[in-house]
Design a protein around this ligand. Structure first.
Ligand SMILES: Nc1ncnc2c1ncn2[C@@H]1O[C@H](COP(=O)(O)OS(=O)(=O)O)[C@@H](OP(=O)(O)O)[C@H]1O
Length: 385
């Protein structure tokens, strides 16, 4: 049997056609996603994730669902309502690309402000470290203000904690609360299962802050973004002088006190790794994480003075100073001098704290608009994070 030249031509034409179709199919499958809901769970590295979303949104000219009047939270701790979003009208078809400010989740209302094809994700943190962080950051709230230490609070929590107070959620099952559920609900197998089912049905991906880099790789895959879109420097981080070590006895007490959060965390930590095994595999994950860390290290060398984060008093540019809250000392960054214009912009955005960045984007989005006639009260704008 001898191969005919005509046959070869047909073979190569078919091969090229197949390759082109394959590329087109792959592209169709993997268009970068631009409609996103991020539930910004408190004290779970959510400000770092928000910075990633801010940068992507700014670069791609996307719209954000800002709180009315430009506050920093969507009228938290109230359950989310579409009417909290600036520019939302029940009579207009306008939808926003990214919803990522602090809110207490309520899906039917969220669905009114974003496209029906929006991707939903959130991030969880081990409730033990989350509560230690919350105790320091929200030291001024009613449940924590009278307790000298977390140990003291946990020795008789109901002496300090009154569920009827409007700021009590910072002290018990904060993740459960942010997902929209009752943090004081009785812990039964049925309740836990129902809660997990609802979260799983509403969210496409649950990230884990202890595995932040792996989380970003999963996010990149889900959103069809590139590596540079998911790089970050850790934001809203505390100085170690305001962190306390937790003896084992306290760890157990925190788990018990935050039982609903613990159940959420355990379950989605498991599904997180199952998803990695299913979609990426451990080996490729390792390579992707390395690529991400290498890129971040390169950016740190380019952008930052010194080796990394610095105390608030040492931040030279006041527009890069993060909000200080409660008893926490929140660190920030100094940019290198003499960076070229474009690089300076990239570096500056990486280290711009949440409140300043949000306000820059808000002004940009509403630059053409008249000032609001309705002025919400400070409580409504949620000035404290
Ligand atoms: N990349 C990365 N990886 C792991 N952990 C990180 C990261 N970025 C921020 N953090 C830690 O997240 C805590 C702040 O969380 P939030 O930004 O969600 O807080 S807030 O509710 O918006 O105030 C805060 O925790 P504590 O330092 O324990 O308070 C940060 O250190």
């Amino acid at each position: 049997y001898r191969c005919q030249p005509g046959g070869l031509w047909v073979f190569f034409s078919l091969l090229i056609l197949f390759l082109v179709m394959f590329q087109v199919a792959e592209k169709l499958q993997c268009e970068p996603k631009t409609d996103i809901v991020f539930l910004k769970v408190h004290k779970s590295a959510s400000s770092t994730v928000m910075n990633i979303l801010f940068r992507f949104g700014e670069t791609h000219n996307l719209t954000f669902a800002f709180p009315n009047g430009g506050g920093n939270q969507l009228f938290y701790p109230r359950h989310f309502l579409a009417s909290f979003v600036q520019g939302f009208s029940p009579w207009s078809p306008q939808r926003f690309n990214i919803l990522c400010h602090h809110m207490r989740f309520l899906q039917p209302e969220v669905q009114k402000v974003v496209s029906s094809s929006a991707v939903y994700f959130s991030i969880l943190r081990n409730p033990v470290q989350l509560m230690e962080s919350s105790f320091v950051y929200y030291k001024g709230t009613s449940a924590f203000s009278r307790a000298r230490s977390l140990e003291e609070f946990l020795s008789q929590p109901y002496h300090y904690y009154n569920p009827a107070n409007s700021d009590s959620h910072y002290a018990k099952n904060l993740m459960t609360f942010d997902f929209g559920f009752n943090p004081d609900g009785e812990v039964t197998a049925e309740r836990v299962q129902l809660m997990l089912n609802i979260i799983e049905a509403s969210f496409d991906l649950l990230l884990i802050s202890e595995y932040f880099d792996e989380s970003m790789v999963l996010l990149k895959e889900m959103l069809c973004w590139d590596l540079d879109s998911i790089v970050s420097f850790p934001l809203n981080i505390r100085d170690s002088s305001t962190k306390s070590p937790l003896p084992d006895t306290i760890v157990e007490k925190i788990k018990d006190w935050n039982r609903l959060d613990w159940e959420i965390y355990i379950y989605f930590n498991r599904t997180f790794w199952e998803r990695i095994d299913r979609d990426i595999g451990r080996e490729r994950m390792q390579q992707e994480v390395k690529a991400l860390r290498d890129r971040q290290a390169e950016l740190a060398r380019t952008c930052l003075q010194g080796t990394g984060s610095v105390a608030p008093k040492d931040i030279k540019d006041s527009s890069l100073r993060p909000l200080q809250h409660g008893n926490a000392k929140i660190l920030g960054y100094n940019l290198k001098q003499g960076l070229h214009k474009e690089m300076e912009h990239t570096c500056r955005r990486l280290v711009t704290p949440e409140l300043q960045y949000s306000s820059i984007l808000y002004k940009k989005q509403f630059a053409q608009k008249q000032p609001q006639t309705h002025q919400p009260s400070p409580e409504q704008t949620g000035q404290t994070p």
